[in-house]
Design a protein around this ligand. Structure first.
Ligand SMILES: CC(C)(COP(=O)(O)OP(=O)(O)OC[C@H]1O[C@@H](n2cnc3c(N)ncnc32)[C@H](O)[C@@H]1OP(=O)(O)O)[C@@H](O)C(=O)NCCC(=O)NCCS
Length: 191
């Protein structure tokens, strides 16, 4: 069963089993991932790029990739996914501090790996780290047509609010809750 929240040490790489049975490694981003982020971006479809960056970007500038790879894991954080033994990145989930209590999250995954559970798992890693850092909410801005991203937020088990302005849906997830035993909510047995 998929863990509802990542409960391991967010510093350690972790192997996650995709829905197709293949293992994938999720780890903290490193500064030397910048070229791998550019390479990952170059493999994405124009549609996926637009859903992630809201603009038809053709390349990820070196300086931008370097900034994306250089995070402090408190105010800005990112996890990347790669098959064990491979350097090529397959997915990235990140957050950036928005307010004292909330961080804004964003994700991008290889086009041919959507629907395998990776986006949800990256969300749990980010939620666990955000909680460790004292944040109580995750927020996101999602293009209205992005049903996959909205499905991840709706299905992840955290209390969910969403409101729209016609083009963009604003999402807020409450990550502060605890179950009856004081464990982070949602716990493993919540469906
Ligand atoms: C949005 C995105 C991050 C989701 O990641 P993902 O790994 O595909 O998500 P998951 O596999 O965890 O899927 C969660 C839900 O999305 C739906 N879904 C996602 N991809 C799907 C697909 N190809 N076919 C059918 N359903 C799909 C499923 O309903 C699934 O719900 P379920 O758990 O009830 O089956 C990914 O699709 C992506 O990179 N999209 C392009 C970039 C983007 O939109 N970024 C968001 C900017 S905020």
């Amino acid at each position: 069963m998929t863990e509802r929240i990542h409960k391991g040490d967010t510093q350690m790489p972790e192997v996650f089993q995709l829905r197709n049975g293949r293992d994938i490694l999720i780890r903290r981003i490193r500064k030397d991932d910048a070229p791998r982020l550019s390479e990952h971006f170059s493999r994405l479809s124009p549609y996926t790029r637009r859903l992630r960056f809201f603009a038809p970007m053709r390349t990820l500038q070196v300086s931008f990739a370097e900034r994306l790879a250089d995070v402090d894991f408190v105010e800005r954080a990112a996890f990347v996914a790669a098959y064990p033994g491979e350097a090529t990145l397959r997915g990235v989930g990140r957050y950036a501090r928005e307010t004292d209590d909330a961080v804004e999250v964003a994700f991008v995954i290889d086009d041919d790996m959507h629907g395998l559970g990776l986006g949800t798992e990256l969300l749990y890693h980010l939620a666990a780290l955000a909680r460790e850092n004292g944040y109580t909410a995750l927020t996101a801005q999602v293009l209205e047509e992005n049903h996959e991203m909205l499905a991840v937020f709706r299905g992840c088990g955290f209390p969910y609010q969403a409101w729209g302005d016609g083009t963009v849906i604003h999402v807020r997830l409450d990550i502060a809750g605890e179950d009856a035993e004081g464990q982070p909510f949602p716990s493993d047995d919540v469906q």
